[in-house]
Design a protein around this ligand. Structure first.
Ligand code: SF4
Ligand code: SF4
Length: 73
């Protein structure tokens, strides 16, 4: 099934170590580690919360087009 015009986390095959942290943290079980690499296996469930991007120790996950306002951080 093609999923179009849906913003999804982009996972770098080169940076991902398959640690599984993103799978654990994802609140909607959108991610799985398959053959050592995280994959968005349930893209329709992803609500773009960015938890996976935040927790990834190797910065392998990027959420494109996300606008981050952290002026109070
Ligand atoms: S947290 Fe990062 S390195 Fe770990 S499985 Fe997910 S994408 Fe890969
Ligand atoms: S952005 Fe949130 S809902 Fe989407 S895959 Fe990452 S942790 Fe899961």
């Amino acid at each position: 099934m093609m999923v179009e015009e849906t913003w999804l986390p982009q996972i770098s095959l080169e940076l991902c170590t398959g640690c599984g942290d993103c799978v654990v943290v994802c609140p909607v079980d959108a991610l799985e580690v398959i053959q050592g690499t995280a994959v968005v296996t349930n893209p329709l469930a992803c609500d773009y919360c960015a938890a996976c991007e935040t927790i990834c120790p190797t910065e392998a996950i990027v959420l494109p087009y996300q606008i981050v306002l952290d002026i109070n951080g």
